[in-house]
Design a protein around this ligand. Structure first.
Ligand code: DGJ
Length: 389
């Protein structure tokens, strides 16, 4: 979508939000999460007292170093550090035991402003010092401080005992100065969830197969808003918006989680809801059923969520409509989906971004309870709540 179209849609959706009483959703904007409950949209500080910078992120339990040479399971929150604004976001990681208090582990994947940093900065020298000049230039072109680095997600790879990040990597092309023209998925790897992550490369992903109608045949294999999902059998999946944000894809990852498993339609990937224009996908599994939550495509402005469900990832997906209930349900409580995960007691939590387009660093997090009943998922509005209840 062109920038002027984004402005118009943002205006239309803000007006929608206003007329639907969405202003009432902003009850907590002046509050701070106090470590006892989740007041959706409140300021959330880490254990050092700094605003948590993990936007477009993912919360999950995964093994992390325990400080004694072993590993322990812990909640890990990965996301965009929006300190740099729209472009060149570093990827930050936080951990928590109780979901209320989060310890910052800093920027685990850092962008470069200049290829010379690989010689002058020991951090980049250790990661990219062995690359030749062209390869160094490529790293700078992909994860430069002037590039889009959004929606980072992480998987623990048990086979290799390492950690793999995928993220939406974008930027302008020679043909188009718009910052979302490259449309690729970037990949980075580390032995620790706390980094440093080494950028591997960025890729176009699965393509519309012959015999199906490609909604954007001019630019095949695009990957923008994305998420990762680890199934119970250890298989990793990447779910992403493609075909100029018109069609969602789910592709199986290879055993290292650093690429796709193959290119056979229905075996290695599936194309879902062609033309539905969905982004911000979240894939999860509850009680043997898969759920795919997503937003519409209106830039930083909120819109209506939709969920599909299926008994198999590469099976038939059923449109279950808008899962949101209560005040602000028609605009996802003025948020955009980014993660759904389980609390220690097994209950489910929705995590969404309430973007502040004028000041992205102050975008807020909205966490709300998720329920499953008869194979249907719902997300419920609360002014404040605790996962224990
Ligand atoms: C919507 C996406 O979901 C966000 O991650 C970001 O790319 C914005 N669009 C930019 O307008």
């Amino acid at each position: 979508m062109m920038p002027w179209m984004r402005k118009i849609t943002a205006f239309v959706f803000s007006a929608m939000l206003f007329f639907q009483g969405g202003g009432m959703l902003h009850v907590n904007m002046e509050k701070t999460v106090d470590g006892e409950a989740f007041p959706p949209g409140a300021r959330w500080l880490d254990t050092d007292g700094n605003l948590i910078q993990a936007h477009g992120g993912q919360v999950q339990v995964m093994p992390v170093p325990d400080g004694n040479g072993g590993k322990k399971d812990c909640y890990v929150w990965i996301g965009e550090n929006k300190t740099s604004g729209h472009l060149g976001n570093a990827v930050a990681v936080y951990t928590s035991e109780d979901l209320y208090h989060w310890t910052c582990h800093g920027d685990v994947l850092r962008p470069l402003s200049d290829v010379a940093q690989i010689d002058t900065d020991p951090y980049f020298a250790a990661l990219y010092g062995e690359l030749n000049a062209a390869e160094r230039q490529h790293v700078r072109e992909c994860i430069g401080t002037d590039m889009v680095i959004e929606r980072p997600k992480m998987l623990y790879n048990a086979k290799n005992d390492n950690y793999v990040i995928w993220f939406h990597n974008d930027g302008p092309t020679e043909k188009n100065s718009y910052y979302y023209d490259i449309g690729m998925a970037g990949c980075a790897v580390s032995d620790s969830p706390f980094g440093p992550f080494r950028f591997v490369d960025r890729y176009r992903l699965s393509e519309c197969p012959d015999g199906q109608i490609d909604c954007y045949p001019f630019s095949r294999g695009e990957a923008r808003d994305m998420n990762l999902f680890l199934d119970e059998d250890g298989t990793g999946y990447i779910v992403y918006t493609s075909e100029n944000n018109k069609t969602l894809y789910i592709s199986r990852l290879n055993e290292d989680f650093t690429g796709l498993s193959g290119s056979e339609y229905g075996v290695d990937y599936i194309r879902i809801f062609p033309g539905a224009m969905r982004e911000a996908p979240v894939l999860l599994r509850e009680n043997g059923r898969y759920y795919l939550l997503s937003s519409s495509t209106t830039g930083w402005a909120s819109n209506q969520a939709r969920v599909w469900s299926s008994d198999a990832i590469f099976g038939k997906w059923r449109n279950d409509g808008n899962p949101c209930r209560g005040r602000g349900a028609s605009v996802t409580f003025d948020t955009q989906s980014t993660t759904v995960f389980q609390a220690p007691n097994g209950s489910w939590i929705y995590g969404g971004d309430r973007w502040n387009a004028e000041n992205l660093i102050d975008s807020r997090y909205v966490w709300l309870p998720v329920r499953f009943e008869d194979g249907r998922m719902s997300i419920e509005w609360r002014e404040s709540w605790k996962w224990e209840n």
